[in-house]
Design a protein around this ligand. Structure first.
Ligand code: TXA
Ligand code: MG
Length: 348
């Protein structure tokens, strides 16, 4: 298949959006930018179309997709029960990096929901995404636009690496603003529950609707529990190289990583280091990448997946990373880093 790449970095191209909308309505696949990561879109109400997403990504068929909408009234067309708390969250955070889960209506096919009776819904905050959703008929199923198991794409180039030849179109909207996927909250039970941490954290949710729980399988309290979001059980975001997170007081972290790196260099290997703006000049060898500044959390989340991809292409022998327990997005950032590292952490 010939994959068309359309440049919308400078703004919306109406003719190309209309063309992308026709591709979606005809059952094809279009990758597009959102404020979190790039999505791989298909018509969510067409089971043949959403089925193609699983094939293009190599995604297990029990891993449900998020349905993206552009108008609040469309929520009621696919969700059977919308609690008042969900309406308050939508009012406050949509469009934005929040996905909510509801009992589904019959019009949503099981291929879209991975066989579940519930549907995940999000209204993204990106002009290109909103225009595309409207042009495509209002309901766009979209997982992150990476091959299953690879880091999520934060630039169109990442999408092209994984999807060229497999989908009809990629819309290039430049680099994303947030860089980690949306917060997922299950609204189908008594107490709303966070199934995946993101930019919108528990405190922000609780300020709006009161008590919110966190799935024990992702909070780290229970490492044997099975996550309620099926996708959270896979070893996502996995870089090719083995990865170790070194956690502790900054000076000790830097000196321990330096020791580990020196040993590898002596043995003829080339490791990568995930550092911060504040520490990057204190490493003595290896391939050092600053992920961002500890004074600006978004600079860290925005570069996280890109740095992992870069280390993949450089075939580093191992990745050593500092921990980034930042105030607002710490849980979301560490959730992705811990997964990438297969939960290997060294306390110093
Ligand atoms: O920021 C985002 O959410 C991005 C952009 C493109 O919008 N999308 C995204 O989709 O991250 P994906 O497919 O990579 O992750 C969706 C997650 C998976 O972990 C999946 O298991 C979970 O949402 N999920 C979807 N529907 C669900 C449902 N009905 N119940 C529980 N978990 C669900
Ligand atoms: Mg994903």
């Amino acid at each position: 298949m010939n994959t068309i790449i359309v440049d919308m970095k400078a703004g919306i191209d109406e003719a190309a959006i209309a063309q992308a909308g026709r591709i979606l309505q005809a059952g094809g696949l279009v990758a597009f930018p959102t404020e979190t990561v790039y999505g791989l879109g298909a018509n969510a109400l067409d089971e043949t179309a959403s089925g193609k997403i699983y094939r293009a990504k190599g995604r297990p068929s029990d891993n449900p997709l998020i349905v993206h909408i552009a108008r609040m009234e469309d929520l009621y067309r696919i969700a059977a029960v919308v609690p008042e708390k969900a309406e308050r969250l939508a009012e406050k955070f949509w469009p934005g990096p929040l996905t909510m889960i509801f009992p589904k209506k019959d019009c949503v096919p099981y291929t879209t929901t991975g066989g579940l009776e519930t549907v995940a819904v999000r209204m993204p905050e990106h002009p290109v995404a909103l225009a595309l959703i409207k042009a495509g008929g209002g309901f766009v199923a979209a997982p992150s636009a990476n091959s299953s198991g690879r880091p999520s794409p934060t630039r169109a180039q990442h999408v092209a690496e994984d999807m060229t030849g497999k989908i009809e179109m990629i819309i290039d909207g430049g680099s994303v603003g947030i860089g980690v996927e949306s917060t997922i909250v299950d609204m189908s039970g008594d107490v709303p529950m966070i199934l995946r941490p993101g930019y919108i954290n528990r405190e922000m949710l609780e300020e709006t609707i009161g008590e919110v729980g966190t799935d024990p399988a992702i909070s780290g309290e229970d490492t044997t529990a099975r996550p309620k979001a099926p996708g959270m059980k896979y070893r996502h975001y996995a870089p090719k190289a083995d990865m170790l997170i070194v956690e502790g007081e900054e000076a000790r972290v830097v000196s321990r990583i330096n020791e580990l790196v020196e040993k590898e260099l002596k043995e003829g290997r080339m490791p990568g280091i995930i550092a911060s703006e504040e520490t990057k000049d204190r490493y003595v060898g290896g391939i050092v990448r600053s992920i961002g500044s500890r004074m600006d959390e978004l600079s860290i989340s925005r570069h996280l997946f890109g740095v992992l991809r870069e280390f993949d292409s450089q075939n580093v022998s191992r990745i050593y990373s500092e921990a980034f327990d930042t105030p607002v997005m710490g849980q979301a950032i560490m959730n992705r880093l811990l997964k990438a590292a297969g939960h290997q952490v060294l306390e110093v």
